[in-house]
Write a protein that binds this ligand. Sequence first.
Ligand SMILES: O=P(O)(O)O[C@H]1O[C@H](CO)[C@@H](O)[C@H]1O
Length: 290
Amino acid sequence: MSVIINNNEAQPARAQIDPRSYEDLLIIAATIREIAGDRAQADIGIICGSGLGGLGNLIPGFPPLHVPGHKGIMLFGRIAGHRVVCLQGRFHPYEYNMNLALCALPVRVIHQFGVRTLLVSNAAGGINPNFQYGDLMLIKDHIFLPGLAGMSPLVGINDDRFGARFVSVHDSYDRSFRKLALDVATNQGIRVFEGIYVMCGGPQYESPAEVSLFKTVGADALGMSTCHEVTVARQCGIKVLGMSLITNIANLDADNSVEVSHEEVLQAASENGARAAQFVKGILEKLPLA
Ligand SMILES: O=P(O)(O)O[C@H]1O[C@H](CO)[C@@H](O)[C@H]1O
């Protein structure tokens, strides 16, 4: 049986949560356990990107989603024998005054429930000229712009119970997971590439000059999420597989009037979400059980 915790129904007093307090983390985990009981256990966490909430539909017993976007739902269940917790939605830093520790808090929460593997997804604009609308990109590495500018979720006095003060991010996106995922893509005959994801602050989309800058430094896709979650996951010792769905092709030339909109992003995610979900299912079927 799957269990659903809807953040929209039971609103916690968000402003009162100190995301850097380990005690607050334990309180949040205990509150969820009160609702979900023994079912609040998982080996694998999934974070659904914009419009990709349908990944949660892989969990049997969960009704299909009809409204794309971010749902604010935490869902426990099983996929391919794995105990999974699925976050249908995420906190974006631009929504929370760039409080990245707060935005990454769900990763620490699911770690409390046993998660040691994280599958993180996002919608992203393609920069790599070989990318087409609807392609999937496995994140090989990232450029965490807010983190580089001092807005890491790890900034502040570190409680060692969260993990190390200085975290190495040389291997954030697990190589063996990427290899396994590429094999699944080959078997399924779908277009999947590896590439570098750059996280911008948003919420404005990037100007053509900014996109050109990121292209010059070797980025393949860009978005406004993910890196803070992955950084916290690495601090907890969680292994990560990251993927981007290319929902639009980022514009490199100010003389091209190519407008991006979130509606277009959601539309692209809903048109391509089923394939992304099949891909995730294929990966989970190949991942050894914990
Ligand atoms: O990264 P996800 O959550 O998929 O969302 C992406 O879509 C939104 C822009 O359309 C931004 O929030 C960007 O980060």
